[in-house]
Write a protein that binds this ligand. Structure first.
Ligand SMILES: *[C@@H]1O[C@H](CO)[C@@H](O)[C@H](O)[C@H]1NC(C)=O
Length: 503
């Protein structure tokens, strides 16, 4: 075929057009890419990159009387560009008058529904690599105090995650050991030797310096009381604090001017401490002087775990064991009930998991949720409380509740009307040398057994007293639960939650 001159020109023109179009589109794409890489000049630095230096963070002060403006003024007097962040639960009232320079900021930690979340997050405001937690009333005397803290921290960073400078006060800063065991819901403080310079926790007022990324990597970085909270979380991560020779003085001692304000502050501190231990799931605290504090259940509170499903209490799924207050209440109820059975001539023996715990370590199994006793059915009428329970539940003079269980032919003694921790009593009767009963639970261990295990009953140490157990209880337990049950602890229903899976 032949191509005319016109056709040729047209083809060339189309080709040039296409080329130009292609070129323009390439150019546009390149410009777009460049925009995407650098959307905004200020965002050129990756988020989270921190400047060198220290930010002063003030978290703990009272609204009704505080010296935060004085503390801040002194810090910036010695170093005008020093970043200072004041973190408050809600906007301080009466208003706090701070120097209005951009390096001084107040963060309100309570989120506001019309603001983005980062506005109420303190990490948004701390842009330096290190942060110094400064209590209210600290008097800084020279710029070198923070600098020396930082130098000493950098020099010992390989060994410690925090350094502390005491705030001179009437009580000297004390070094403490601290062991937190979440599985057992406990925190144990012990005094460290007086010469100790590296420890897990401190008692007293101090300026604490640490890496910003460490602080904000904690689960609750600014929970109050600040140092209590900090050291509990730190000890769970194996961190330690070094006590420095640097120290700060106080603006005045005591900080609060009236005993009424001091009383208010003490009450708030107590409430914060209670809330902190609740939030962390710590129910028993042993202080450095050996005093115990309980933050768990009592006769006046409901049992601290819900109805048991699949023999597996909810705390096992949280990889925790029975709260210590519950173990204590179970021991108390068991001792009380056994005392009454013995006094009224009812033959009983530790049953099931309760006997297993006694055989293993003379106590309730640390993840058990009730206490089981076997009793001779024919002895029931000897006990007035059990007799009365047949016709309805009764609260005895000590506040324990005795009742016939609705689930079957057995008795239950509850810790209190409010708190349903309980001891179950399972009546058995002999039949041709075999102990049997009329209601059975769907449990492997709930089976008949030869009466010779009860002839005689033998004393066994249990929960701090002596209780009665079947003779040859090792065989008794292996008969009920299977071979090796005493030596090989396992959760009650390994199919839904086993010790292995729990880690
Ligand atoms: C934050 O903490 C976790 C463990 O709690 C740790 O594995 C991680 O490395 C930490 N991140 C930083 C940036 O320190």
């Amino acid at each position: 075929m032949r191509i005319t001159f016109c056709q040729g020109v047209l083809a060339v023109a189309i080709a040039i057009n296409l080329l130009i179009l292609f070129y323009i589109s390439r150019l546009q794409q390149r410009v777009l890419h460049r925009h995407r890489d650098h959307p905004h000049p200020s965002a050129h630095q990756p988020r989270g990159l921190l400047r060198s230096g220290v930010t002063v963070l003030i978290r703990e002060f009272e609204d009704f009387e505080n010296y935060v403006p004085d503390v801040v003024r002194l810090f910036v007097k010695h170093k005008p560009e020093l970043p200072v962040v004041v973190a408050a639960d809600r906007l301080p009232y009466p208003p706090m008058v701070l120097p209005s320079t951009p390096n001084i900021q107040v963060v309100v930690l309570k989120p506001s529904p019309d603001q983005p979340a980062h506005i109420s997050r303190p990490e948004t405001y701390v842009k330096t690599e290190y942060v110094a937690l400064v209590p209210d009333g600290v008097r800084v005397d020279s710029a070198s105090q923070l600098e020396r803290m930082l130098e000493e921290f950098k020099a010992s960073q390989a060994q410690v995650q925090m350094v502390a400078a005491p705030v001179q006060s009437l009580a000297p800063l004390q070094c403490l050991n601290l062991k937190v065991n979440l599985k057992e819901w406990t925190a144990d403080y012990t005094a460290a030797p007086p010469s100790s310079k590296v420890c897990a926790a401190l008692k007293g007022e101090a300026v604490v310096l640490l890496r910003t990324r460490d602080l904000f990597n904690l689960s609750m970085p600014l929970a109050k009381p600040l140092l209590t909270s900090l050291f509990i979380q730190a000890s769970l991560r194996g961190w330690v604090v070094r006590l420095l020779d640097v120290s700060f003085s106080a603006l005045h001692q005591p900080l609060l001017t009236s005993s009424h304000n001091q009383w208010k502050a003490d009450n708030l501190a107590k409430a914060n401490r209670l809330q902190l231990f609740r939030d962390f799931g710590i129910k028993r605290v042993v202080l450095e002087d050996g005093k115990e504090q309980w933050f768990g259940c009592s006769k006046e509170t409901p049992r601290c775990f819900g109805t048991i499903r699949d023999d597996t209490p909810e705390y096992l799924y949280q990889n925790r064991w029975t709260p210590p207050c519950c173990l204590r209440a179970l021991r108390e109820t068991a001792k009380y009930v056994i005392g009454i059975l013995e006094a009224s001539g009812v033959r009983y023996w530790l049953e099931g998991g309760t006997l297993l715990g006694a055989a293993r370590h003379q106590d309730i199994i640390p993840w058990d949720y009730d206490v089981d006793l076997g009793v001779y059915l024919e002895d029931i009428p000897n006990c007035e409380l059990l007799r009365s329970a047949d016709s309805g539940s009764i609260v005895d003079e000590k506040g324990f509740v005795w009742e016939k269980a609705i689930e079957g032919d057995f008795y239950r003694v509850q810790y209190s009307e409010r708190n349903h921790l309980h001891v179950d009593l399972w009546p058995f009767y002999p039949k041709n040398g075999v102990m049997t009963k009329d209601t059975w639970m769907d449990h492997r261990q709930d089976i008949e057994f030869p009466e010779h295990f009860l002839k005689p009953l033998v004393p066994i140490p249990f929960a701090g007293f002596l209780a009665m157990a079947p003779n040859d209880y090792w065989s008794f337990l292996e008969l009920k639960f299977g071979e090796g049950v005493v030596e090989n602890p396992e959760y009650p229903n390994p199919a839904v939650k086993s010790m292995e899976k729990g880690k």
